[in-house]
Design a protein around this ligand. Structure first.
Ligand SMILES: *Cc1c(COP(=O)(O)O)cnc(C)c1O
Length: 397
């Protein structure tokens, strides 16, 4: 059996998204800034795509900016809000310790420029409350940036309530909604969102394209200087084929969020219940306030990389917050942020299911993970120390 269970890393492009792109590579290849007809034709389609994305997000087309992906959108949103705040003497930024690195590394840069960054505690649950945000907001707060759904553990934040607090206090609210779109309902007006980032390849669109939504009135700072594209806020010839593919993908991904949740949540919960049967294991993040298809566990006495390699042998593509995948020896900052000790943070597994996953596949995932965990424990000196009482267990049996 072959199961791709790493949809939080990237997704397979849909046939429809691919088909939506082809005409813009074969025939309508003009530069949207050119005045002759194939240029203007491309421009019309580009603006149609913008209107369709805006409709999905419930905003105006002029509030949608196309970027090279989620990372660029995060960078531009945060830097723009920070610099706008600085002009008014505001240098305080509120975020959380478990944001994506596109957010955290941008905040590090701003800290070096003199901004004060406050990272809210995400507790054991992997959730931030609106009350925490309210208590942290000060007179000089320029921006609150909190992700909609976490990419590693899948917890979903109370975004509407957080947005309401920010709106009442007059603070710009940005959310990285890369993991949320297509999995939970996202509506920038209902959710009181001022700025939002999306990435096409996380919802079956092409890679290298994304969206920054910025509510009208917010002044964007350019990250890419150049021509007058994107209302002068993002230089560079628009990637028309990719944008057309993304517009199709975003419509498909959001067409039936309720039906998707109805089908996936029972499968997700079955997976959680099955993996919980493994002794000395724990689910990471709140059990119910989570994405319908993302599950993350820690297993004591396991190295994440070995787990991934053995699962790969069984035809399963998954991810771990540990060494190999992140390219560093540090355990996942997300797992450390929710209070997991280093030794178990190394033994984590993220399974992010596709919408077409079957019950049979979920059964196979449970069976395979159980087999691999018990095999790895049988050859682990660390596990032997635990069983001989030379080390103490962290989780319950
Ligand atoms: C994937 C991801 C990003 C980065 O998006 P790219 O388009 O790959 O740059 C940002 N934030 C989150 C939460 C993500 O999961």
């Amino acid at each position: 059996m072959k199961i791709y269970a790493d949809n939080a890393a990237t997704t397979k492009m849909s046939k429809e998204a691919i088909e939506a792109m082809l005409p813009f590579m074969e025939n309508i290849y003009g530069n949207p800034s050119s005045l002759y007809s194939i240029g203007q034709e491309a421009k019309e389609h580009l603006e149609d795509a913008r209107a369709r994305v805006a409709k999905v997000l419930n905003c105006e087309a002029r509030e949608v900016y196309f970027t090279s992906g989620g990372s660029e959108a995060d960078n531009q949103a945060i830097i723009s809000a920070a610099y706008a705040g600085r002009k008014k003497g505001k240098k305080h930024i509120i975020s959380t310790a478990f944001e994506h690195h596109a957010v955290l590394h941008t905040l590090n840069k701003l800290e070096a420029e003199g901004f004060e960054i406050e990272l809210l505690d995400v507790h054991n649950s992997g959730l931030v409350s609106a009350k925490q945000v309210e208590d942290a907001i000060r007179e000089d707060t320029a921006l609150v940036t909190i992700m909609f759904a976490n990419n590693e553990i899948g917890t979903v934040q109370p975004i509407r309530e957080i947005g309401e607090v920010c709106r009442n206090k007059g603070v710009i609210f940005h959310t990285d909604a890369v993991q949320a779109l297509g999995h939970v309902s996202v509506d920038v007006q209902r959710d009181n969102i001022d700025m939002l980032s999306l990435s096409s390849h996380k919802f079956h669109g092409p890679k290298g394209v994304g969206v920054l939504y910025a509510k009208k009135g917010i002044r964007l700072v350019n990250i890419i200087e150049g021509g007058a594209q994107e209302r002068g806020k993002r230089g560079g010839t628009e990637n028309v084929p990719a944008i057309m593919g993304m517009a199709k993908a975003i419509e498909n991904a959001t067409a039936d969020i309720e039906g998707y949740a109805k089908r996936l949540i029972p499968l997700r919960d079955k997976l959680i219940a099955g993996l919980k049967e493994i002794p000395y294991s724990a689910l990471n993040g709140d059990e119910t306030h989570r994405l319908p298809a993302t599950v993350n566990f820690c297993f004591e006495g396991i190295e994440g990389e070995s787990l991934l390699l053995l699962l790969d042998d069984k035809g399963i593509s998954a991810s771990s917050g540990s060494a190999c995948t992140s390219g560093s020896l540090d355990p996942s900052h997300v797992l450390l942020a929710i209070g997991r000790p280093h030794e178990v943070a190394h033994g984590s597994l993220r399974l992010s299911l596709g919408e077409d996953v079957t019950e049979e596949e979920v059964d196979y995932l449970i069976k395979s993970v159980k087999e691999v965990v018990s095999y790895l424990r049988s050859i682990s000196p660390f596990w032997r120390d635990l069983t001989e009482g030379k080390r103490t267990h962290i989780f319950a049996a």
